[in-house]
Write a protein that binds this ligand. Structure first.
Ligand SMILES: [Ca+2]
Ligand SMILES: [Ca+2]
Ligand SMILES: [Ca+2]
Length: 266
C-alpha cells in the first residue's frame, strides 16, 4: 500500500523542472500620486497573456521593485500593494507608523526591491533596523544601493490604524502569488494617505521564478502501473531462491546426514 502510494505520488508529480527567471520592467511612468487621497493611482500591466506558454508558467517566487520619487515625499504617508487575481501583497503600509507616532517616517521616496526572503526583513521599521532608532532620518530615499532589499510591510490593517507593533494581520506577503499562473493582469496601487508632500510613481518591475505546470497523469494510469509493480515485487518474493541450498544451515544438515550414513556403513 505504501509502495503504491509513493509510486502514484511520483507519477502525479511529473518530471521536476528547473525554474526560469523572468523580469518585466514597467518604466517611464511619471504618474503623480495625489496627496492625501485614498483613491491613489493604479498601474495595470499584462506581462504575459493567459493561455500562452509563458503565461501558463507557475510562480514559485516573485520579487517586486518600485521607484517612488519626490524630495517632498513623505514615506510614512504611502500605502502600496500589488494584486494579481484574488492574491494581494502589501508592499508599504505607512512605514514608521507605530504606537505613539501616527505620522511614520518622513524620508523622501523609495527605490527598493521587495522580497519575502530579504535579509533586512520587514520594511515597516526600516530606520530601527538601520540605525537602532526611529528618529534618525535617511537624508534621501530608501534605496537598494545603500541598504539592500526588504521584505514587504505585509500588514493588511487599515492604513489609518496600522502600527509597527501589530503584526496580527501581517500575512499579505509576496508568497501569496506562489502557485498562481504568471499570465494575466498585475496591478500596482499607490496612495498617499495623509497631507503634505508629493510623490511620483516612476517605475516598477516584477521578477518571477516560475516552472512549467507539472504534468498530471490520469489517476487510473497511475494506479494501474503501481498495482503492476506491486504484483511483480510480490511474485518475486515468493520464488524459491536457488542459493538456499548453499546456505550454512543447509550445508551443516548435509554434513550431518553424511556422517550418520558413514556410521551406519562402518
Ligand atoms: Ca518567496
Ligand atoms: Ca523572493
Ligand atoms: Ca502626503
Amino acid at each position: 500500500m505504501r509502495l503504491t502510494s509513493i509510486i502514484v505520488s511520483c507519477l502525479l508529480c511529473g518530471a521536476s523542472a528547473q525554474a526560469a527567471l523572468l523580469t518585466y520592467d514597467f518604466v517611464g511612468l511619471n504618474r503623480a500620486v495625489p496627496d492625501n487621497d485614498a483613491a491613489g493611482v493604479t498601474d495595470v500591466r499584462t506581462p504575459a497573456a493567459t493561455g500562452t506558454p509563458e503565461g501558463d508558467l507557475v510562480i514559485t517566487d516573485v520579487n517586486v521593485h518600485v521607484t517612488l520619487s519626490g524630495w517632498s515625499a513623505i514615506n510614512g504617508d504611502l500605502y502600496v500593494y500589488v494584486q494579481h487575481g484574488a492574491a494581494v501583497a502589501v508592499l508599504l503600509n505607512r512605514v514608521g507608523r507605530r504606537a505613539g507616532d501616527d505620522c511614520g517616517y518622513g524620508d523622501p521616496g523609495f527605490d527598493v526591491t521587495f522580497d519575502d526572503e530579504a535579509v533586512n526583513g520587514d520594511i515597516h521599521g526600516y530606520r530601527a533596523t538601520l540605525f537602532g532608532n526611529h528618529d534618525t532620518p535617511l537624508g534621501g530615499p530608501l534605496t537598494d544601493l545603500l541598504c539592500g532589499s526588504w521584505a514587504p510591510d505585509a500588514r493588511r490593517d487599515d492604513p489609518s490604524a496600522v502600527t509597527l507593533e501589530n503584526i496580527a494581520f501581517r500575512d499579505a506577503e509576496l508568497s501569496n502569488f506562489d502557485g498562481e499562473r504568471l499570465g494575466g493582469t498585475w496591478s500596482l496601487f499607490v496612495a498617499d494617505m495623509d497631507t503634505g508632500g508629493q510623490v511620483t510613481l516612476d517605475e516598477w518591475s516584477l521578477t518571477f521564478a516560475a516552472i512549467p505546470e507539472p504534468i498530471a497523469w490520469p489517476i487510473s494510469i497511475g494506479v494501474a502501473f503501481a498495482a503492476l509493480v506491486v504484483d511483480r515485487v510480490t511474485r518475486r518474493s515468493r520464488l524459491p531462491r536457488s542459493s538456499d541450498r548453499h546456505s550454512p544451515r543447509a550445508q551443516e544438515a548435509t554434513i550431518r546426514r553424511l556422517k550418520q550414513a558413514s556410521k551406519r556403513c562402518g
